[in-house]
Design a protein around this ligand. Structure first.
Ligand code: MN3
Length: 205
């Protein structure tokens, strides 16, 4: 099975002014595409039963694969999965992205964080203070409880048995052209383009 770069559900310029066109184009067509290519190359060297797994399964079972292929699968499989998820939880502000969640996801956030404002504060803290490259996540555990956590590099919560439903990429390539060293400004802008309906869909799965 060859993994493929997913098409974005919006144009490269659709998330302006929060994420600029050039960043989106490079991030998707170069960075994400590079992870897909390297994942496919790494998978040529693994047993066929590993090669045929979908990317989420690969990452979930990372601790069971042979040592010599774990690092490339972790980095390139994670790079593919994490970016794929990141694109799907974004929505142009003009089409209803951003704002506060409603429905089941709003109830779950209130239940597990006390209020949307407390969740946002906790998430912001993780996204802005993560050292180096990585992601901030909203995840669901086996009991359905929500929590937030950071991961380094291309690590993914799936490997630890958690189900991610919202993520922000805080690698410098995700924001540096527009925001340079001002990561908190990028994180603040990102709240205007979250697709809360999609986050709720992922919660319900
Ligand atoms: Mn990235």
């Amino acid at each position: 099975m060859r993994h493929e770069l997913p098409k974005l559900p919006y144009a490269y310029n659709a998330l302006e002014p929060y994420i600029d066109t050039q960043t989106m184009e490079l991030h998707h067509s170069k960075h994400h595409a590079g992870y897909v290519d390297k994942l496919n190359a790494a998978l040529e060297k693994v047993p066929s039963e590993v090669r045929e797994k979908p990317v989420d399964e690969l990452i979930r079972s990372l601790n069971d694969v042979p040592d010599e292929i774990r690092a490339p699968l972790r980095n390139f499989g994670g790079g593919h999965y994490n970016h794929s998820l990141f694109w799907t939880v974004l929505k142009p502000s003009a089409q209803g992205g951003g704002g506060e969640p409603e429905g089941e996801i709003a109830k779950a956030i209130d239940r597990d964080f006390g209020a949307f404002a407390s969740f946002k504060e906790e998430f912001d803290k993780i996204a802005t203070s993560l050292f180096g490259s990585g992601y901030a996540w909203l995840v669901v555990d086996d009991s359905g409880k929500l929590s937030v956590l950071p991961t380094q590099n291309q690590d993914c919560p799936l490997t630890n048995g958690l189900r991610p439903i919202l993520v922000i990429d805080v690698w410098e390539h995700a924001y540096y052209l527009k925001y340079q060293n001002r990561r908190p400004e990028y994180v603040a802008a990102w709240w205007n383009i979250i697709d809360w309906e999609e986050v709720e869909n992922k919660l319900k799965v």
